[in-house]
Design a protein around this ligand. Structure first.
Ligand code: COA
Ligand code: MG
Length: 309
């Protein structure tokens, strides 16, 4: 079970680590989580210089309350170990998490955990850097339970539908809109990953939607993931941020309904009742457990019930 701090991840904004301009722009945005990328958004020739650009961004920009994350290159690439060493030695005190792409097994997570422990020990860092992993290979879906339990540094599993579709052989059109497949083409993978994440107390996050001009379909994808238990979704463009943050925040009406049900249930319990009626709906211990999650998410997002304002 992870022992890392709980962080908001309603939206995780992808920012190319080779772009000083975009990193500066991202730092000024109101977004829960920002990951500075060394992997797919960075061309091979720019990967080594981007490490120094990211170190500089982390050490000089004010990211406000946003979680500061760096996506390294995958473990099968020769970039991986030096990405971790250069970023953490250069900016470990200003970094919250490392995002590891294309993990395939628990061993991959343990490699990163071990290396982080060594660097933290050398630098005397007291705050442990967290790990987030991308579940985007067929092997990762097969072994997602083992991956989710691999390290106490783990904070989040992210479903990367682009690479996952390539790995499984899913219709490539799926990443930018409706393919006509009946239902959600990634339902099994999304569902399975979220079950594993919840089992180990990790955040489940939904990956990118590349067709960033189509805000309506992006919202549909956010809602699909949210309904299954994901806490957030990536944004690849600033225009997607507000949509994700809205969908993954409970509405005031939902919070008020949940608050009312919990308060009525507590009162009923005092009178020795186990099941009651609130506004035409049965409320018992199981329904309270369901709506308590809405109240927990609201508290994390700073949304108060109207009755407490
Ligand atoms: N983070 C921060 N700023 C971003 C941004 C991002 N992900 N994407 C775009 N912007 C900025 C642009 O620099 C531009 O800033 P300006 O108005 O100050 O010039 C503004 O937002 C509007 O951008 P726009 O002109 O609409 O798009 P673009 O052509 O500059 O960029 C992409 C489009 C797709 C290249 C860009 O959004 C991007 O690189 N996204 C992230 C890609 C990525 O990280 N992929 C890997 C993870 S899947
Ligand atoms: Mg990927």
């Amino acid at each position: 079970m992870n022992t890392q701090p709980k962080r908001l991840r309603r939206c995780q904004l992808a920012v190319p680590g080779s772009s000083d301009k975009m990193m500066a722009k991202a730092a000024g945005m109101q977004v829960d989580h920002i990951f500075l990328d060394l992997e797919d958004a960075v061309a091979p020739a720019a990967k080594v210089p981007a490490r120094a650009q990211i170190v500089n961004a982390l050490n000089t920009l004010d990211f406000g309350t946003s979680v500061r994350c760096v996506r390294i290159n995958d473990l099968d690439s020769h970039y991986c170990y030096e990405d971790i060493i250069t970023i953490v030695e250069g900016a470990g005190a200003n970094l919250d998490t490392i995002l590891v792409p294309k993990v395939k097994s628990a061993c991959d997570v343990r490699f990163v955990d071990r290396l982080l422990s060594q660097i933290e020990g050398k630098l005397g860092l007291t705050r442990r850097i967290g790990i987030e992993v991308l579940i985007e290979e067929a092997e990762a879906i097969m072994r997602v339970e083992e991956i989710a339990g691999a390290s106490t540094r783990l904070e989040a599993l992210v479903f990367g539908m682009g690479d996952y579709s390539a790995s499984q052989g899913i219709d490539p059109r799926a990443i930018s809109g409706d393919t006509g497949y009946p239902g959600d083409i990634w339902h099994y993978a999304r569902y399975k990953m979220i079950v594993a994440a919840r089992t180990y107390g990790l955040d489940a996050v939904d990956g990118p939607f590349v067709n960033f001009k189509d805000g309506d379909y992006f919202r549909t994808e956010c809602v699909r993931a949210q309904q299954l238990g994901a806490v957030g979704k990536w944004a690849i463009h600033p225009s997607q941020v507000a949509i994700a943050q809205e969908v993954f925040s409970p509405s005031q009406a939902e919070v008020d309904r949940a608050y009312k049900a919990v308060a009525a249930y507590r009162e009923a319990q005092q009178q020795g009742l186990g099941a009651i009626q609130v506004d035409g709906q049965m409320v018992d211990v199981a329904t309270v457990r369901l709506v308590q999650r809405i109240l927990d998410r609201a508290e994390q997002a700073g949304i108060k019930p109207s009755a407490e304002k």
